[in-house]
Design a binder for this molecule. Structure first.
Ligand SMILES: [Zn+2]
Length: 270
């Protein structure tokens, strides 16, 4: 069967696929069927899912990195001035994280988690919106950390942001660990910082175990994170990409949707 759509490509049409529901767009019906015939799904999310919650992305046309140079981890560790600039950016509110709420895309993924379809959510995002939408902590794998708290780079203790923020805004002081005197940083992974070993192992195991890998809102250019969809596909899972822009992995996919994420996922999961 040949399947064509202006904006979407279905490369390998599964034989088990049932009749397409004509009341919804054909690409949504195709995605819904792939979810239906799968029992162990991994959802992998990038900035694109959270732009629909008002959080700016990094590499898009209005991306943060167009106006701001990322701070390298080595510079952060080496220089108090750089750390001060990093905290200034953090508390300037330009990432719009504090009041961001989950959108239809996060909620659709949570509904698939609750239905026992999605086993793990691997995310490149640091906004915590998967957890806020109701996906349990132990099913979210945060590859780039979480911007909602801080941690000590020496002893690893986690710290709340509020006292750090009020000290910085009121007195201009930057934080050091009260336990060991170490450098404190938001619990995110910066450029030049090594990837978290436990999360990488969990993400690899989930990718190798799944029968359907949904790559959602990621440009799939940041490695090693972007290696997981390829790993899953090569290990026999079906691969679906939902992203506004084309990605390098589009030709390897079973289904590619260049569509709005929230609407598409809500319809497919519903
Ligand atoms: Zn410490």
């Amino acid at each position: 069967m040949v399947w064509k759509s202006r904006r979407s490509i279905l490369v390998n049409f599964p034989q088990e696929m049932a009749m397409i529901d004509t009341r919804i767009p054909d690409y949504v019906a195709a995605l819904r069927e792939l979810i239906h015939i799968s029992s162990n799904i991994v959802a992998f999310t990038g900035a694109g899912i959270s732009t629909e919650s008002g959080i700016p992305d990094f590499r898009g046309p209005k991306g943060i990195w167009n106006t701001q140079t990322p701070i390298d981890f080595r510079d952060f560790v080496a220089s108090e001035e750089v750390r001060r600039e990093s905290w200034r950016r953090k508390f300037s509110g330009e990432m719009k994280l504090e009041n961001a709420a989950p959108n239809a895309g996060h909620l659709a993924i949570t509904s698939l988690v609750e239905a026992g379809k999605v086993s793990h959510v691997i995310t490149q995002n640091v906004d915590g919106l998967h957890q806020k939408s109701g996906t349990p902590d132990d099913q979210v794998i945060e590859l780039h950390g979480n911007a909602g708290y801080a941690s000590c780079l020496s002893c690893g203790v986690t710290l709340a942001l509020e006292p750090i923020k009020s000290n910085f805004l009121t007195h201009g002081t930057i934080p050091y660990c009260v336990d060991c005197g170490g450098i404190v940083k938001t619990a995110t992974i910066s450029f030049g910082q090594s990837m978290p070993a436990t999360e990488m192992q969990k993400a690899e195991a989930a990718s190798l175990n799944c029968d359907l890998f949904l790559a959602i809102g990621s440009s799939l250019v940041v490695y090693p994170a972007a290696g997981f969809p390829k790993m899953a596909k090569e290990n026999g899972a079906r691969l679906v990409i939902i992203n506004e822009q084309e990605t390098d992995l589009d030709p390897f996919c079973d289904l590619v949707l260049h569509e709005q994420i929230g609407t598409t996922l809500a319809l497919a999961a519903g």
